[in-house]
Design a protein around this ligand. Structure first.
Ligand code: GLP
Length: 242
């Protein structure tokens, strides 16, 4: 695990965008594992700039997302499908047919999980972007999720519902369930870029990077990934031993 501590959120976004752009520059048909949450937004804005400047093209790129809320349709502005279009896909030249995200409205949710796992088996990801829950979750894999897990339905923990309530009008509107890529599937990406910003991530960053690997902090498993880069700003890094 390589840890890069940067001064600010702007620097974090720049570093992440450069790393992703490099993957696409080296392989115009790359498959990118993408994440939602507020942390990658700055990186996505820069990727849109790179695309406008013709530095990178996403024309032949595939994108596979980590997770989706159960019960929100694609056109709901709180859905992750909407987020990805709004923050990235509508601003780059990617073919939407090459973008994958679990369907949180599927009638058969277990079937949807199996379908998504098959997609993940077929689409080898060159890189996976991750954000970090303040409780150490990755995707929506909450503490105590098995490291062997594949795509599954999650009951969101109270702390996650509270964290994400800031993005909704009220906490009641936050969905209680989600579909998430499993931890074993996240770990299959060739490279992982984990992004964390802000003081409320400091404990989780410490446990992820310097804690004992255990399912109480799902992100701690990243210590065993052969090519994982952690980019954190000073605030998020403040509990790391030097
Ligand atoms: C959400 C998402 C995660 C995201 C995390 C952090 O619950 N499921 O994929 O990484 O929380 O979000 P943020 O970047 O807004 O802090």
């Amino acid at each position: 695990m390589k840890v890069i501590v940067v001064e600010s959120y702007e620097e974090l976004s720049k570093k992440a965008a450069e790393l992703l752009a490099e993957v696409v520059e080296n392989n115009s048909r790359a498959t990118l594992g993408l994440a939602t949450g507020t942390t990658p937004i700055g990186c996505y804005e820069l990727l849109a700039d790179f695309c406008a400047q013709k530095r990178v093209s996403f024309k032949n790129v595939k994108a596979v997302n980590l997770d989706e809320y159960v019960g929100l349709c694609k056109s709901d502005s709180q859905s992750y499908a909407y987020f990805m279009r709004d923050k990235l896909f509508d601003h780059i030249d990617i073919d939407l047919n090459n973008t994958y995200i679990p369907d949180g409205m599927a009638g058969d949710l277990e079937g949807e999980c199996a379908r998504y796992s098959e997609i993940l088996d077929e689409e080898e990801r060159d890189v996976q972007i991750l954000g970090l829950g303040s409780n150490g979750h990755i995707g929506f894999n909450e503490p105590r999720t098995s490291f062997q897990s594949v795509t599954h339905i999650v009951d969101l923990q109270e702390s996650t519902i509270k964290d994400n309530a800031r993005l909704f009008d009220s906490i009641e509107q936050v969905p209680r369930k989600a579909i998430t890529m499993g931890i074993s599937e996240i770990m299959k990406a060739k490279q992982i870029i984990m992004l964390a910003s802000g003081a409320n991530k400091a404990q989780a960053v410490h446990d992820m990077v310097q804690g004992v690997i255990n399912d109480g902090c799902p992100a701690s498993i990243l210590q065993t990934h052969p090519n994982c880069i952690v980019v954190v700003d000073k605030e998020a890094a403040r509990l790391l031993d030097k």
